[in-house]
Design a protein around this ligand. Structure first.
Ligand code: 9MR
Length: 381
């Protein structure tokens, strides 16, 4: 069942009407989470500055506009177990404290991922791959310790991140090299054994791709056939102005839901810059650099309008499928926080998030709030 978010502004309005107050509800204060209501959780990733309280403008946005949070980095493998047996939960604990103090639903990200995995994890002292038995033991210890540490605090975990590639086959990571396909069911099994109440998710990017879509569908089926728990698929929403196609993204949402899991739009951002390959050479020429970083001062109106329209189209898609979507999470609070400023080319200025560098909501966010206000405001007759 979905968590019912109480729309504070709507409550104020109802109170005013019940007390014989003005008929026009004081809905100016309506925020994004109020506007989304109980359709799905609306979340954001938090970075360590925000977790440490060093960016109060951003944390004020989080407290008022969002109903859910996920740690951008501080629960990843290399952060919580940098050396074997040495667990460090300081930042992650601060994240949880912030979430608890502000009544936010929290997701853990992530238990097993080939990236941001500490170097020691899959190799022995000589740098050789460990045996399957050793890797299983290390996975079990990591997952058990981390899941149990946060028991009762989080709603769910991204158990495995980014393990299927575009042709639907398995990424040839160290985990796959050593354990084969078995590493995924094992990770889900260990997580469930550590906390049988916690929701378990598989999370990946480029989910509009038909090959990856089929691969993930197969994965869900195989986990279910083994009797393992999987509650949702996280569809990372790293987008650009020319990808993904809405229809392809929608097809994947429906394909996953059809397998009996919920869908979460995780890591949502949309680059407003020209799509560049990560192999592009920034040192090429001044003209080349300018072409790839075309808006170092501000986004021109025409680009901003196109960007806002495309974000709104995707948001409308998520609302259209609110029956299968459990959460929509932006990958950062403001444009200045986004990893997209450094990827795939360092030093670009991008504009991919829901709030700008001045902590103001983007036009499409205001539009969503306006639409909700109009739907809630009693008519003035
Ligand atoms: O946003 C994260 C960035 O700060 C880190 O440097 C990066 C390291 O790989 O990870 C970023 O988040 C990633 C997420 O954990 C998994 N999906 C892709 C995200 C963007 O790279």
């Amino acid at each position: 069942m979905k968590v019912k978010h109480i729309a504070s502004a709507v409550l104020v309005a109802a109170f005013a009407v019940a007390c014989g107050g003005p008929k026009t509800a004081p809905v100016e204060e309506m925020t994004l989470k109020d506007a989304v209501g109980d359709k799905f959780l609306i979340g954001t990733a938090l970075n360590v500055n925000q977790v440490a309280g060093r960016d109060t403008n951003a944390t004020n946005i989080v407290k008022t506009q969002f109903s859910a949070i996920v740690p951008e980095n501080c629960m990843k493998m290399e952060e919580v177990q940098p050396e074997e047996g040495k667990f460090t939960f300081e930042d992650a604990d601060a994240f949880v404290k912030f979430g608890e103090e502000n009544g936010l639903t929290m997701t853990g990200h992530c238990l097993i991922w080939h990236s941001q995995c500490p170097e020691w994890f899959c190799v022995d002292k000589n740098g050789k791959n460990v045996t399957p038995e050793v890797l299983k033991q290390r996975m079990k210890t990591h997952i058990t310790t981390v899941v149990q540490h946060f028991k009762g605090k989080l709603k769910g975990w991204d158990v495995v991140n980014e393990a299927i590639i575009e042709d639907g086959s398995y990424r040839k990571s160290k985990f796959y090299e050593i354990l084969g396909e078995e590493f995924i069911p094992l990770a889900f099994q260990y997580a469930h054994e550590a906390d049988s109440t916690i929701e378990l998710y598989y999370n990946d990017y480029g989910m509009d791709n038909p090959g990856r879509r089929d691969g993930v569908v197969k994965l869900i089926r195989s986990l279910k056939e083994k009797g393992l728990r999987i509650d949702a698929v996280g569809m990372q929403g790293h987008m650009g102005m020319d990808y993904p196609k809405i229809e392809d993204f929608e097809k994947s949402m429906l394909a996953f839901a059809n397998e009996g899991v919920k869908v979460m739009i995780t890591e949502w951002d949309m680059s407003a810059l020209p799509t560049a390959s990560r192999t592009a050479n920034i040192s090429d020429t001044v003209a080349f650099k300018k072409a790839l970083n075309p808006y170092p001062d501000a986004l021109p109106d025409s680009v901003s309008q196109a960007w806002n329209a495309r974000m709104k189209q995707f948001f409308d898609l998520f609302e259209k499928h609110a029956d299968i979507v459990d959460r929509v999470t932006a990958w950062g609070v403001t444009d200045g926080d986004s990893w997209k400023n450094g990827f795939p080319i360092r030093g670009r200025k991008d504009y991919p998030l829901l709030f700008d560098r001045d902590y103001q909501p983007k036009a499409w966010v205001k539009e969503v709030i306006e639409e909700a206000k109009n739907a809630e405001t009693p008519s003035a007759e």
